[in-house]
Design a protein around this ligand. Sequence first.
Ligand code: ARG
Ligand code: ZN
Length: 868
Amino acid sequence: MNIAANPHISADQTVYLKDYQQPSFLVDSINLDIQVHDDHTHVFSTLVMKRNAAGDLVLLGRDLELKSIKLNGEPLNSEDYTLDDEQLVITNAPDQLTLETQVVIHPESNTQLEGLYKAGDLFVTQNEPEGFRKITFYPDRPDVLSVFTTRVEADKKYPVLLANGNLLETGTVGEDRHFAIWQDPTKKPSYLFACVIGDLAVLKDRYTTSEGRDVALEIYAIEKDIPKCKIAMEALKHSMRWDEEHYGRPYDLDNYMIVAVSQFNMGAMENKGLNIFNTSCVLADEEYTTDAAIMRVQSVIAHEYFHNWTGNRITCRDWFQLCLKEGLTVFRDQSFSEDLQSAAVQRIDDVAVLKAHQFPEDAGPLSHPPRPDHFVEINNFYTATVYEKGAEINRMMATLLGKEKFRQGTDEYFKRFDGQAVTVEDWIDALSAGSGVDLSAFLIWYNQPGTPKLEVESEYLPDQRTYRLNFKQSLKAHPKYPNLKAVPIPVALALFNPQTGEQYTLNSPDLFENQVKDGVYLFDQDHASIEFSGVDQPPVVSLLRNFSAPVNLVFNYTDEELAFLIQHETNGFNQWQASQTLLERILLQEHSVEPYIDAIQKTLPTLVRQDPLLASRLFDVPTEGYLGSRIDHDYQPEQVQEKRNSVLETLARALNGFWKETYLALNPALQHDFSQAMGERALKNIMLSMMARQGDDEVFELAYTQYQTTGNMSERLGALRVLVWNDAPQAQQALDDFYNRYKDEALSLDQWFMIQAANPNATAETIRTLTQHPDYDLGTPNRVRSVSGGLSNNPVNAWSYGVEHYIDLAQYFDEKNPILGSRLLQVLSRWYTLAEPHKTRVKEALQALQPKVKSKNVKETLNSILSV
Ligand code: ARG
Ligand code: ZN
């Protein structure tokens, strides 16, 4: 690599935020002509550029075969520029110039799923963050915005030719070929460029924006999947309305297209006006996909749509700012989903993901700030921290400001920065200016790693009729970030009367506290206290309602207080949180299970009828994986498994006939409301698995009947899971039946692989059989993840024979698909918490991989994982 030409990249390939420099040239317009053939593709590009700052003209390009290059119409000789594996550099370029290049690329053999690649018979692009440089030479960085005109030409066997923007012209070339020319009127960075070439069917609809713009909506998929696009289409229209109503943001083009692709590394991509989606995030149908998948489709559709404003019209100055667009857009899609179903359950599900993935990430070797200050491979930073913790930071500010001020802040952001590439500081400044509240302290959250520990102690002073809460915050020392500071933590709280279970009204004449506003106390020091006056007896406090901040709360609740909150808290999230805290004590600290069983018996029978969805979450028992992530050394997965199984059995027996009675009383088919029906289906599956824990011999008959008679995938899979995981006599028959029903339905078949890989009794042989199955396909990330992800559900298996599985895959994908290889390796990042001899065994296996890997992606992850 030519280091001299790029002073911002050090010899070890680390890029630093502090070295950011303006682009030396900007691009006024780009004309692309992409001519696809079976065994190669020609890309002609014309860039009209002008100088912006001092420096050489740097065009990034990777795996491109340069055929010709002209500057202002004159062919360049090889001494006029330098070219290496990563870039083409022209020194002494004039201030105004037109650059024409012709390159040849090979989408047909591109297995990395980045740039232009072939997925089955479909040519598609994935250019975020740095894929465009695999299509043509370009200043491929998000702060260079340009107007794109794209001509796509291909054989007529590919009738669909799409690119961003408006269709200007179509025509034929000779007998067999045709073309389409598209122009996107909005300036955009290259990572938002997309094109699609293939044979697809389309579902069409229309939408009229609040400004009266008539927008053509189109979802492209293979013919037989078109009926499965209806839920996504409804969600799209709903998202468009939602963004108008909640953020005042109407859509800005005359068309909005979505394309479903079965080979895709991530969930989906927000390319301007032409989203490209993993099929798993767009196809939804009760018969073929689960309720959880249907909810996910709606949230991803919303997520990509919301990016049109938070990401596309206002984009990121550089990739260190990734959480600016992702954190804000995740917060927006979570809020949208809270409006779709029960807000409490949506919050429970989002926090469960945060705690299961982001907290462990932030406590281990891959910990980084939501806005990192250095990276080797930016693809390694599409993490739970950037997305989920990023969303939490926005949620905290929104909680603190309240609806109206938050809206004033976002209005200011859109007004100031529309059409620009900006930073996290710009966002905080606009939000502060618009709302009139100084939020600058929240920048600290973006800039430092780790989950803060929030310790709270309560005191009751009977003589003064005063209740006091003492707060303290701390962060674990981090070698790379020595100056950790206190962060602003909004603590939503409520107090309850321990006798009646009623909630006190805060700041009433009888119960006064001057720092708690609208139920929220902003704690932003290392230590602080608040006092409630006029309290006649010690109340029960409920802290961090709705999970108002992403912290580890340590509070000396008694088990009885937690049981009290399960019964009396009106905030559904904290009701759930109380049950999780109590269960964690039972599972990891040998507390008695009695108070929990008692609370459940008093609460759930009623809740099952009133709010089946919330009730289903209150049966959650922390997973083995989550419990493992709470153990920092001498972790023995078998011990956790044993303890968890025994608590589940105790619970199953204690509630006796409740499971079967409830099972028989539920009838989701009679529910008209989707959330209610989804709740009932979740409950039915829980009841079946608890009956299996009781050893009820009728359960397999019930499960088999449910399996056969239902037309709903959540019910069918729930029943299949109980049969397979308990080695029921009917298990094989049901598995065979499922395979025959769904062998041509990739997403359903993924579930078939997943359920077998996630079976607690799965052996190395089970996994081998699955990975040697004719339908297993290393070229389809969804299929790979269905087995690898299933296996990771059982830490006992993942940490024994699973280690080899993940290491082999990381090595296999190292160069073939480094994004996927790096992700799969991350499953092993907590190896150092294991008890011996496993700790040394995994470490040695990771060390043995080190000399074998070549991609920046896998190397960086492996080096970090081994750096503890
Ligand atoms: N921006 C996309 C999203 O929000 C994710 C793209 C990630 N791509 C990648 N190669 N890491 O959902
Ligand atoms: Zn996103």
